[in-house]
Design a protein. Structure first.
Length: 174
């Protein structure tokens, strides 16, 4: 585990403040849910909670189904990590942190087909010309997104299938 050298005290209510520079580095926002647990060596772990990430197998199954139905690459991510991917060049992205541009696109909270493809992860080149991106928004909160990727145009029917997948996933998170 990487040590940061930052020390904080527990206050009288049992709270510990996460320093601003760490919140910025980890892209933690006010109101974001955090998961707290202990490890076998009695360490306390605090990490971003992802209701979507808890069902990563579920996300992969949705990606595989979208890929079979459309013949296009499919990706499902939470607000930080790729949870499932199916299709050429995409499976290797599972578990990777999403790019800042993809996060910003999702945070707009609107379904879109960007003119210029958005990198899924920062350090991997993007090999597709077309994308359709649908944010997963539940109760006003951004949970992640569903994306189709292809070198050929994504039809209106395929875009609707992508949106349907996002709606079904969002319904399971409510």
């Amino acid at each position: 585990m990487k040590e940061t050298g930052i020390v904080r005290r527990i206050d009288e209510l049992g709270r510990v403040v996460i320093p601003k520079e760490l919140r910025k580095t980890l892209k933690l926002k006010e109101g974001e849910q955090m998961e707290i647990f202990t490890t076998g060596d009695k360490s306390l772990v605090l990490r971003r909670y992802s209701a979507l990430g808890a069902g990563a197998d579920f996300s992969q199954a949705y990606c595989d189904a979208l890929n079979r139905a459309t013949g296009k690459g499919a990706v499902i991510c939470d607000s930080a990590t790729v949870l499932g991917a199916s299709g050429a060049q995409l499976k290797e992205l599972v578990g990777e942190e999403i790019s800042e541009n993809l996060y910003k696109t999702l945070d707009n909270r609107r379904e879109c087909a960007p003119q210029d493809p958005v990198r899924i992860v920062s350090d991997k080149p993007f090999g597709f010309k077309n994308q359709h991106i649908v944010p997963l928004v539940v109760g006003g909160d951004l949970y992640g997104g569903v994306m189709l990727c292809s070198d050929v145009a994504i039809s209106a029917t395929e875009a609707r299938l992508c949106a349907l997948a996002a709606d079904l996933i969002a319904a399971t998170l409510e």
